[in-house]
Ligand binder design. Sequence first.
Ligand code: BGC
Length: 431
Amino acid sequence: MNTPKDTAIRFLKDNSMHVDQVDPDAMLDDFLAEMDLGLAGEKSSLAMIPTFISIDKPVPVFKPVVAIDAGGTNLRVATVMFDGDGNPTISHLTMHKMPGSERELNKNEFFEKFVEFLLPFADKADAVGFCFSYPAEISPGRDGKLLAWTKEIQAPEVVGEFIGKSIFDRLEQKGYRRKFSFLNDTVAALLAGKSIDFAQEYGAYIGFILGTGTNTAYIEYNRNITKCHDLDPEGSQAINTESGNFSKCPRGPVDIEFDESTENRGQYMFEKMISGAYLGGLCLLVLKKAAEKDFFSQAGTQLVESQADLSTVEVDGILRELTRGIARGVGAMSAEDKGLVWHLCAAICERAALFAALNVSAAVLKSSGGESPRHPVCVNIDGSVYYNIKGFSRMVEGYLDKILGPKHVSYELIRVDDSPLIGAAVAGLMC
Ligand code: BGC
């Protein structure tokens, strides 16, 4: 007799969604090739955005700076100061909903929200580090022009606008002129990793985020960023890869149908297979498709079909066998049905873990560090999916070992609390 696990495997294989159907070597090669094309300015799903942020200067100490963390769901503002040993202190922390995450805002409403949140900090420091968790093209003066919204933010008029200028011009009209440095959250994670490396023991730095969205940053030699012609060839800088938009990952029909149901159809397909804004929805669609094919009992089918949504937090609840969300009714399901729900969700998360590991591996290899175990590549990882989904970080670590082990690259996975604020502070202090 087939166990729920066998049934889950059969369903996923029929739908080209099983982790065993992924060819890791081919996908890694595709990642690296897309990175090269992006650096050369050729057609690529990876934007490989130069950030004009390098890591060769020391972080100024005993100087307060305002740090903004505009994340997927929340927006936080604080002051940060590093002491003589490089330890940061975060003060005056305020937390708000990310503008546009609850309802659609027009351009003016969107920017005025930031002004409102920043005004209480007007007398706290001269410089501001602005960490922004969305794809933005960075100007040499370190402002960011929004390329597109991800994570289902609703403020369409803001696309194409310079975010920093729009906010800081408004603040200036109110009498506050401030310098600012705008950076992606993965670059902030990378800088936060660098900021704790007093002994300078790491050979290279990566910032990887897997929370509401996903992305990676690493340091690249300017001479390899061939799409930019006026960079100092001797220098290097952080690159925001925008890896959530990677388009060469193997997708099945359910992935495709799920993408069709999202705000930014056809874009950020990799992100939609692995990140917190989407994993729950993807798992629910998989359950519904399995129910359509009569993989559940009649009662199980009814329950799955009546479920309007499933969050990624609820998927974690299912994996921990807590009765929440779809799991509200899971208690009423037969043991077979419950097992099938569990195995389908677990398998989608396992595929996400392999994809995450491939993404990190591509960045580690591209960073050209880690040749000596004395100077490993520092991978600072941030994000709720990575740390909170049951077993997720362990699966990623296992896959990283399998992928990078044979390549003899040394790397170390680290976690720096409040990375977006710390990294924003580092960038703000250097502007
Ligand atoms: C955005 C990236 C961001 C990532 C992690 C993605 O949706 O496009 O810019 O770094 O989420 O927050």
